[in-house]
Design a protein around this ligand. Structure first.
Ligand code: FES
Length: 290
């Protein structure tokens, strides 16, 4: 399969002024870890609430009045129309401001932007999800999307890890996926604590032990750079080609629509050309970052 075949990039830019944020209300906040929260939103505008659509893998720009704006992947699945969620780690000024907000607070939301995971390419394939820490957020959107269309896909392996048990995000999802007999869910931590009875080991190492077959499979990978750096070679050792590995990139962004050049790496703009890429497309550009 040529790279161009999996690079189909639908865009779902809204009509009208794409820089104009829509007001959204925080309806629920879930504490994932000590520094990560999942925000559930709903648009104030009733029509937008009804008509807004996005695809798994796309991102949005969230803003807090007087503070600024930053990009976040949408971590909920478009198959669940009543859910619009972003999972946000507190790392800077804007994310600190977001974390200070409570239920009922209003934020600005613009998007959805970017390409998406290529569902047509994934259909009929075995899927291997490899995630680390908050990197599970974009994968989670696709995982629920695939589960909601389960008969379209083959085997599903999910290998997810974090530094410690306290760093595991989406525990409620991990439990649901563990109970799902059609999924092989493997959770690991780099180092357990006194109550952890699960698996210990780095994600790329555990991936090698689980050893999913590369035959008719696609691996979708997202996590911290150090995990990514060792996961792609681990997949290659299992027989995955560069085209059989997908990932989604994070980069500082300003416009989100390919105008400002802020998200440039090599000859790509992450917002315009991604954020979803096959490893074949980005290997040369990102090797220095990863
Ligand atoms: S954020 Fe402006 S070009 Fe990508």
């Amino acid at each position: 399969m040529a790279v161009s075949d999996i690079s189909h990039r639908p865009r779902f830019l809204r009509e009208g002024n794409v820089y104009l944020p829509h007001l959204a209300v925080i309806e629920k906040i879930v504490d994932e870890t000590f520094d990560t929260k999942t925000f559930h939103f709903s648009f104030k505008d009733e029509r937008l609430r009804e008509e807004f659509t996005f695809q798994s893998g796309q991102f949005c720009l969230l803003s807090v009045l007087g503070i600024g704006e930053a990009p976040f992947c949408i971590s909920s699945s478009p198959t669940r129309r009543d859910q619009l969620e972003c999972s946000i780690r507190q790392v800077g000024r804007l994310t600190r401001a977001l974390h200070r907000l409570g239920v009922g607070a209003e934020i600005g939301f613009r998007g959805s932007y970017g390409n998406s995971f290529p569902l047509d390419f994934l259909e009929g394939k075995n899927l291997v999800f490899v995630g680390g820490g908050i990197g599970l957020a974009p994968l989670r959107s696709l995982i629920w999307n695939v589960i909601d269309n389960r008969d379209k896909y083959g085997d599903i392996d999910i290998i997810y890890g974090a530094r410690s048990p306290a760093d595991l995000c989406f525990r409620y999802d991990l439990e649901a996926w563990e109970k799902d007999k059609t999924i092989n869910m493997v959770t690991t931590v780099d180092k357990g604590d006194e109550v952890w009875t699960g698996r210990e080991g780095l994600v790329p190492v555990v991936l090698g032990e689980v050893a999913p077959s590369a035959d008719n499979s696609v691996a979708i990978v997202c996590g911290p750079p150090v995990m990514i750096r060792f996961t792609f070679p681990a997949l290659e050792r299992l027989g995955f080609t560069l085209e059989q590995m997908l990932t989604t990139l994070e980069k500082r962004m300003k416009c989100g629509i390919g105008k400002c050049g802020r998200c440039n790496i090599g000859n790509i703009y992450v917002c315009r050309d991604g954020p979803v890429f096959s490893y074949a497309e980005i290997k040369n550009f990102v090797s220095s970052e990863y």
